[in-house]
Design a protein around this ligand. Structure first.
Ligand code: NAP
Length: 275
């Protein structure tokens, strides 16, 4: 039985099993199964190397293993190498473990042509910000700005990707939130509090005609709610999650991913956590 999974720690609230199992079922790929693989960092290398022997064809990789996945794999795709992290591993019969990153291409696919010629502001300087900077470069953004709570990290990341670090968020055509702000915020916390953590006020959100939030939760995030109130276009984290999952699915199975089925499965699970 070909097996797939998602390696993470924690990974209990992952939506990837729902998304991939729905896709497998809709394509009548009987016998295939996608499961959670909760693996602590100390066991990541050993466990990942043994997956092929247990029937695994591929695995997604999430927090905190994306860099470790890149380090243990070979061959590594040009995209994974440029982003500096792997979220998709493929286990070959000869023992080779191939690394790919579908976070960047997934975001690029979800953005369509919107990045072309745009002045874009990325909030955050962690793993997903790296994927966003790659996607904006590939998508032809004319100017890329990076803001982060810890400014040294913004400067380091910006210089690596030929972008410009900014001391505070400034107006742009496209805003992409790559911080985890909004993920664990209590429902009772005010919208203003979440926006404050992003260096923004409600009014300032109106300076961005297109707002993307990688964070997803049931209901809208404070950032997307503010953007919608201003009449800005929005793209939510679930759509990006489905886009990266679809690319991984195609890589492992060679089948056209059923996007609508995957979207419905992502939306049906109301857990509030990262993938
Ligand atoms: P990460 O590497 O841990 O980076 C976290 C970022 O958030 C850092 O820039 C950090 O700033 C910032 N941050 C955290 N708490 C903050 C706060 N209270 N105020 C201001 N900034 C804060 O995480 P990641 O892998 O980039 O993931 C970020 C988010 O994107 C997560 O919510 C994750 O679930 C989501 N994500 C979604 C998808 C998708 O497919 N939809 C894919 C990947 C990630 P400092 O540097 O100052 O600490």
């Amino acid at each position: 039985m070909p097996r797939l999974g998602v390696l993470g720690w924690p990974v209990a609230h992952s939506r990837s099993p729902a998304i991939h199992n729905a896709a497998l079922a809709s394509l009548a790929m009987d016998g295939w199964r996608y499961q959670r693989l909760p693996v602590p960092p100390s066991l990541f290398v050993e466990t990942t190397r043994s997956l092929r022997a247990s029937g695994f064809v591929g695995a997604n990789v999430t927090i905190p293993h994306k860099q470790a996945a890149l380090a243990l794999a070979g061959p590594v795709s040009e995209t994974a190498s440029a982003i500096g992290a792997a979220n998709t591993l493929t286990f070959h019969a000869d023992g080779e473990i191939a690394a790919e990153n579908t976070d960047g291409p997934g975001l690029l696919a979800a953005l369509g042509s919107s990045a072309r010629g745009a002045r874009a502001l990325v909030l955050g300087a962690g793993g997903s910000a790296r994927a966003a900077l790659w996607a904006l470069r590939q998508g032809g953004a004319s100017e890329i700005l990076v803001w982060n709570r810890t400014s040294e990290r913004a400067r380091a990341l910006a210089s690596e990707f030929g972008a410009q670090a900014v001391a505070e968020p400034t107006a742009a055509d496209l805003l992409i939130n790559c911080t985890s702000v909004g993920l664990q915020l209590e429902r009772s916390a005010s919208e203003g509090e979440a926006l404050n953590q992003l260096g923004l006020t409600f009014d300032q959100v109106g300076e961005y005609p297109y707002v993307v939030d990688l964070v997803y939760r049931s209901g809208s995030t404070a950032l997307l709610a503010a953007a919608t109130a201003h009449g800005s276009r929005t793209l939510d984290g679930l759509e990006i999650l489905v886009a990266q999952g679809a690319l991984s699915f195609e890589l492992w199975t060679g089948r056209q991913p059923p996007l609508e089925v995957m979207r419905r499965a992502a939306g049906q699970d109301h857990a509030e956590h990262a993938y």
